[in-house]
Design a protein around this ligand. Structure first.
Ligand SMILES: CC(C)(COP(=O)(O)OP(=O)(O)OC[C@H]1O[C@@H](n2cnc3c(N)ncnc32)[C@H](O)[C@@H]1OP(=O)(O)O)[C@@H](O)C(=O)NCCC(=O)NCCS
Length: 152
């Protein structure tokens, strides 16, 4: 299988919307600015971040199996977020692949070497993935719910 990052099309947002089935998973994925339920066609606007970029991870048949974004972070860092993998593709290394490719793209596009993110403290799968990719928690930038993580 050859997965690549590509720009999401409207049809991909329909696919992604079907992965988000309840308010809690919506908030864990997209944060408080995306309401649940939402209309799939409104997703590009709801997810828009000024100056940010959105990518799909596409499989060998051009189906979207993952999604993520990056935008300018604090102090010259690039911030990644809204990472999600199709439920049927989870636990097979696809999330790791998406993050590796998204981080490389984010660094290449912005020239930033430091990458940051936020993850809910109780999102063990995501936390474990980010730790294994070299992110570490910065408690001074975190809240009781959300952990701020950085590569440096
Ligand atoms: C978090 C998420 C992106 C991980 O994607 P994935 O494709 O399942 O992850 P992978 O199969 O690539 O696994 C990579 C690592 O993640 C961790 N991980 C994945 N699933 C896990 C689970 N159920 N429990 C604990 N750790 C898990 C492990 O560290 C794993 O490494 P290992 O295989 O060497 O043990 C996916 O579960 C998801 O889309 N969750 C819903 C949306 C979300 O919470 N996004 C994060 C927003 S911050």
């Amino acid at each position: 299988m050859k997965e690549i990052l590509r720009t999401p099309e409207q049809i991909d947002y329909q696919t992604i919307a079907a992965w988000v089935t309840d308010q809690k998973s919506c908030a864990r994925w997209a944060g408080p600015l995306v309401p649940f339920p939402f209309a799939a066609e409104k997703l590009p606007k709801l997810l828009a971040v000024k100056g940010g970029s959105s990518y799909c991870l596409s499989d060998s048949s051009n189906s979207c199996i993952g999604f993520g974004q990056f935008w300018a972070g604090k102090e010259g860092a690039v911030h990644i977020g809204r990472i999600i993998i199709a439920p049927e593709a989870r636990g097979k290394g696809v999330g790791r692949l998406l993050c590796e490719q998204l981080i490389a793209k984010a660094r290449q596009s912005t020239g930033s070497s430091t990458v940051t993110l936020r993850v809910y403290r109780d999102n063990h799968a995501a936390h474990s993935l980010y730790s294994s990719l070299g992110f570490f928690a910065i408690e001074s930038e975190s809240t009781s719910d959300l952990l701020f993580m950085s590569t440096k």
